[in-house]
Design a protein around this ligand. Sequence first.
Ligand SMILES: Cc1cc2nc3c(=O)[nH]c(=O)nc-3n(C[C@H](O)[C@H](O)[C@H](O)COP(=O)(O)O)c2cc1C
Length: 223
Amino acid sequence: MLSIDRAGELISCVRPNVKHRLSVKLRIGYKDDFDYLVSFCRRLEEEGVEMITLHPRTVMEKFKRHARWEYVEMLKKELKIDVAGSGDIFTVSEAVKRAAGPWDAIMIGRAAIKMPWIFAEAKQEEDLTVMQRSFQQTQRHGVIQGEGCNPSNRKINIEEVGCRFLELLAQYQPPEFHISRARRFFYYYCDNLEWGNYLKNQLNKEETLSGIEMVWKDFFLTI
Ligand SMILES: Cc1cc2nc3c(=O)[nH]c(=O)nc-3n(C[C@H](O)[C@H](O)[C@H](O)COP(=O)(O)O)c2cc1C
């Protein structure tokens, strides 16, 4: 993000080779300079980028301070293409609230790893809100419709989530990625568990996917 021209040239090389929608994910930049961000994104737009996802923190901030979602809204007003926002969505209700914001889409990072079911639950909560709204409307018009406003709560089996992830990892990623990705993802899965830190340490000692799977499954036998 230090050079608008270099980023523009990069996109001009990539654009003709991408058949699908081309999107770019970025932060605010190295400095908190909204005008620079707009110039940068307009150049990407000119080069044929079709969607921009903004994680509204500067590069230096890493994960410090809150994501500045007002920048997503401001950027949306400046561009013709779709703008999505990313940052600090940790719960289902935050996902639903953010999804209803004045941008085109949201992206969920850490919470999507820790709780991959967050999307299904957010959709369920959103459907519920829509159903409740139409239920209230029908009530106002004197007609009470049947049930269906309270879908039962989904039960999550985190052990299965981990095992399924290992299957998909082996299926879709090259072997050199296996251990690093497994460690990264299980780090987040462990945050759902009371003895998660202990388990993280045990998993980190493993050097193979089958070893990780064994430690993971053993943990659930002992709790
Ligand atoms: C495991 C992991 C991998 C990530 N990889 C990328 C990446 O390759 N490119 C990128 O732009 N952002 C990446 N991010 C950042 C996220 O896309 C996201 O912008 C950031 O985590 C803030 O969103 P969150 O608060 O929902 O996690 C990654 C985040 C995590 C947790």
